[in-house]
Design a protein around this ligand. Structure first.
Ligand code: ATP
Ligand code: CA
Ligand code: CA
Length: 162
């Protein structure tokens, strides 16, 4: 049995009733094997990134304790995305559900399949704001503090909806 690790997962949706998608995903995350859902952030609305014209996103994040390996956790997240009808189209295109593994304990992982911390953590307000809800005192494996990242990112385009 692996040692329990604290992991943070980012959720995003901008298709097929995003709020319902996020709520379904939260339920699925609460039922992940070998894992315990510890905390859920507020839900945020932000414009989509990447230049395609598409609906706004709803985003959130959760804190999990898990004994799954990072790759096993990623595969579970992909399974939930598929169960909620995710069709892999254009990078950053619209989707029913996107689940990103943001942090996995203190680990840094650099493979083609899995990059942890997720590269988006450093700059994306829709990742940083929900993480601050979960753990304001969090420090990334690089030593960077979450609050320092929050101070650098824009709060103009992000609003809490729930
Ligand atoms: P971004 O990763 O910039 O947020 P995206 O979420 O739209 O973009 P996807 O199409 O969902 O990207 O995922 C592309 C690939 O990213 C997946 O096949 C997965 O193997 C890989 N990946 C690498 N690191 C991670 C991670 N930390 N969490 C989720 N997927 C990851
Ligand atoms: Ca993503
Ligand atoms: Ca993703």
């Amino acid at each position: 049995m692996n040692k329990p690790v604290i992991a943070y997962i980012g959720l995003g949706s901008n298709l097929s009733h995003p709020l319902t998608q996020l709520k379904l995903a939260l339920k699925a995350l609460a039922e992940l094997p070998n894992s315990q859902l510890l905390k859920t952030s507020a839900i945020y609305q932000t414009p989509a990134i990447g230049g395609l014209i598409q609906p706004d996103y709803l985003n959130a994040a959760v804190k999990l304790q898990t004994t799954l390996s990072a790759v096993a956790l990623l595969r579970q997240l992909q399974l939930i995305e598929q169960q909620q009808g995710r069709i892999r189209g254009e990078k950053w295109g619209p989707r029913t559900l996107d689940l990103d593994l943001l942090l996995y304990g203190e680990q840094s992982i650099f493979t083609q399949e899995l990059m942890v911390p997720h590269p988006g953590i450093m700059t994306r307000n829709f990742v940083i704001f929900p993480l601050v809800d979960l753990e304001p005192g969090l420090t990334l494996p690089s030593g960077e503090s979450l609050l320092a990242l929050k101070a650098q990112c824009s709060s103009l385009s992000i609003k809490t909806i729930a």
